[in-house]
Design a protein around this ligand. Structure first.
Ligand SMILES: *Cc1c(COP(=O)(O)O)cnc(C)c1O
Length: 399
């Protein structure tokens, strides 16, 4: 058989991104191996998706068991989706769920639901969606327009109307801007792609109050922060508030594609028969895997383990900082951490990530100036230390 090479990417794939130079072929826990057998420590976790590591035995078992039973049927519900929905209702603020295949689709559903709810309850004037600068909500035209990064949304116009972007963590600006025409306010409890920027507690609580005052819906995009990532099942649980709508994806399937929109009863009712839909969403294969992932993640020991791992991670990063003065600060919560780069590394996040693949560790960026870490929630302390040691080698090699 002809050997597959990285050059094929240049030849056959739409050039929407620049993948790493190596091709991984196998993964186990927080380790990966490429075609040449070289080992990598994975501190990216498939962009916060592989919450239980690569090829977790119980997820593989759930996949294989369901794969030989039933993949997809039309016009029927199935057992895995019903069990998963019930488990998620019991564990959260939500009364009902809509399942889909990705974060963008979950947010698309959330924004459409908010618009339909506001139309039915208040009228067509109440259609404005307030979002925040640097936010990220997906790449469909609606979600990328709600997202606060012009670079991603420009060049595809005309874009959907009645969307506003305000500075994040600025309650006074929101208070000035929100009105009875506001249909929903959407935010990430920690902005992920935007630089690992946590929403302040007072901001989260203030947004909730302003939404209540103006009868606007609060949508939390927990695609990246949810499913145990911050040490709670969902990040809103740190802030003594509940949203009206919440979206989940990334780690929901432990690495298998699935997304969900969660809503409280009255809001969910605005999606009556025929108003929204999906072909693959909620299929038994995806739901069987997500059901197992949910059962493993929604455990006190796993969630408190995330808090412990955050401490190990911060310790390793602080030691690196003491030796190299490479960061101005470290932000985030649980296992969604961002390290802002100091001179002479400032603006070199991408170069560091490339150098790090050569020394055997996989990292993420969040913009040009932040290294982002979103490893498996099960990563061990030796793996964290070895990963940071390999990052140190990469930093030294950059000089
Ligand atoms: C990744 C992400 C999305 C988009 O999810 P996809 O599965 O890539 O469509 C949306 N919102 C947030 C906060 C994300 O991190």
């Amino acid at each position: 058989m002809e050997a597959v090479t990285r050059e094929w990417f240049e030849q056959y794939l739409v050039p929407t991104y620049q993948p790493a130079e190596f091709i991984p072929v196998r993964g186990e826990g927080s380790r990966l191996w490429d075609q040449a057998g070289k080992e990598y420590i994975d501190l990216a976790g498939g962009v916060a998706t592989n919450a239980l590591g690569h090829c977790h035995p119980q997820l593989v078992e759930a996949l294989i068991a369901q794969a030989s039973k039933l993949w997809l049927v039309s016009k029927c519900t199935n057992e895995p989706i019903l069990r998963l929905a019930r488990a998620m209702v019991k564990a959260t603020f939500a009364d009902r769920l809509f399942f889909c295949n990705s974060g963008a689709e979950a947010n698309e559903a959330a924004f459409k639901l908010a618009r339909r709810y506001s139309l039915e309850h208040f009228g067509p004037h109440k259609s404005e969606i307030i979002s925040f600068e640097r936010s990220f909500h997906g790449r469909s035209l609606f979600t990328v327009s709600v997202g606060g990064n012009q670079a991603y949304s420009s060049g595809f116009g005309p874009t959907p109307a009645q969307i506003r972007h305000l500075p994040f963590n600025d309650l006074a600006r929101l208070e000035q801007s929100i009105s009875n025409n506001t249909c929903a306010v959407v935010l990430e409890p920690i902005q992920g792609e935007g630089g690992v920027i946590p929403a302040e507690r007072e901001f989260m609580q203030g947004v909730r109050q302003l939404c209540d005052r103006h009868q606007a819906l609060l949508i939390l995009d927990e695609v990246q922060t949810g499913m145990g990532r911050t040490g709670k099942l969902f990040a809103y649980m740190h802030h003594d508030i509940t949203p009206d709508i919440l979206t989940s994806a990334k780690a929901l399937g432990g690495g298998f594609p699935i997304g969900a929109m969660l809503a409280r009863e009255e809001v969910a009712q605005a999606f009556g028969e025929g108003t929204h839909g999906t072909t693959f969403g909620g299929n038994p294969l995806a739901c069987a895997i997500a059901e197992q992932a949910f059962a493993l993640i929604n455990q006190p020991a796993l969630l408190s383990g995330v808090v412990q791992r955050e401490q190990w991670f911060r310790l390793a990063l602080e030691q690196l900082q003491q030796r190299h003065h490479c960061f101005t600060r470290i932000r985030g919560q649980g296992l969604l951490l961002g390290a802002e780069l100091a001179p002479p590394y400032q603006g070199k996040a991408r170069a560091i990530v490339r150098a790090a693949t050569r020394t055997g560790v996989i990292l993420l960026t969040a913009g040009d100036n932040v290294l982002r870490f979103a490893p498996a929630l099960t990563i061990s302390q030796p793996e964290i230390e070895a990963g940071i040691a390999r990052l140190e080698q990469a930093l030294i090699g950059l000089h």
